[in-house]
Design a protein around this ligand. Structure first.
Ligand code: SAM
Length: 268
């Protein structure tokens, strides 16, 4: 398809000596190992062929390896000296690639595609992120690759750089196990933030009342970001969106019976 003539396919067990001996010294070995369809907790030991086995089988051919791994594994569950590159695509966590040898540049890296933005660990003091139950004027939803790579402190540090230390107090608002927001009174734009929000209202989660509030505010659609049961989803959504005809999109988060209505800013 690509008109290449320097590709050789070998069908066999990658750990079989008869396969290994066919491979010359190479620049890089790339492996996309098998992973179980489902696992309660993703772990490196479930990958086939195992990463330590590939490293030792091909260690004489190269020191440079790259592996695809399940992105649900946090860095602390990856017991190798490698770069852990977490990638989100269109705001969803999509890939984890592990780089060994000369391919390793950083300990961890968060990438956002298609924008091709990145964030790396920083030496030196990082801000302590306090948890809060109170939303401020703005809310910021980090790219999931930043959270997965354990780089929230670095993200907050870069946000403080943008708005200055006086305005720059960012706190962590945990919506639920899966969703977290950074909240601040400072309005700013950062490339590793997936969604920037203006917090419109914090009120009891009562769909009829929420609908009343949104009417006349030029809102057209409401994205439910709550742990609403799948069977209740459309009923709730229809109720909150009833008669809305505006242009704006509002995201609705729910925490413990409290609704947080956020207007999405900087939408392309
Ligand atoms: C995630 S898939 C790779 C998909 C491939 N990159 C593609 O785009 O089609 C993992 C593959 O590794 C194969 N595999 C598992 N253990 C292997 C081994 N010891 N040697 C060679 N292949 C192996 C599995 O059969 C499976 O096809």
């Amino acid at each position: 398809m690509y008109g290449l003539d320097n590709v050789k396919f070998i069908c066999g067990d990658a750990l079989n000596p008869k396969v290994i001996e066919q491979i010359p010294a190479v620049d890089v070995v790339f492996s996309d190992p098998f992973r179980p369809a489902e696992e309660n907790e993703r772990r490196v030991s479930s990958l086939e062929p195992g990463i330590p086995n590939v490293l030792s089988a091909y260690g004489e051919k190269t020191g440079n390896f790259a592996f695809e791994a399940p992105p649900q594994m946090p860095p602390e569950r990856i017991p190798f000296d490698c770069e852990k590159e977490y990638i989100s695509l269109d705001g969803q966590l999509n890939r984890l690639t592990l780089y060994f040898g000369w391919l390793k540049q950083y300990d961890r890296l968060a990438v956002a595609l298609p924008a091709d933005e990145g964030l790396v660990p920083k030496d030196g003091p990082l801000p302590q992120i306090r948890e809060t139950e109170k939303m401020k004027l703005c809310a910021y939803e980090p790219e999931p690759s930043v959270v997965a790579a354990g780089l929230l402190p670095e993200l907050v540090e870069s946000m403080i750089q943008l708005v200055g230390p006086i305005m720059g107090s960012f706190e962590l608002f945990k919506v639920d196990k899966k969703r977290l927001l950074l909240t601040s009174d400072a309005l700013m734009k950062q490339s590793m933030i997936k969604n920037h929000y203006l917090v419109l209202r914090v009120c009891p989660f009562e769909p009829k009342e929420i609908n009343k509030f949104l009417k006349g505010r030029n809102v057209g659609s409401v994205v439910l970001r709550a742990g609403v049961k799948p069977e209740d989803y459309w009923e709730v959504r229809n109720e909150v969106e009833k008669g809305l005809e505006g242009n704006k999109t509002v995201h609705l988060f729910v925490k413990g019976g409290t609704a947080i209505l956020c207007e999405i800013l900087f939408k392309d």
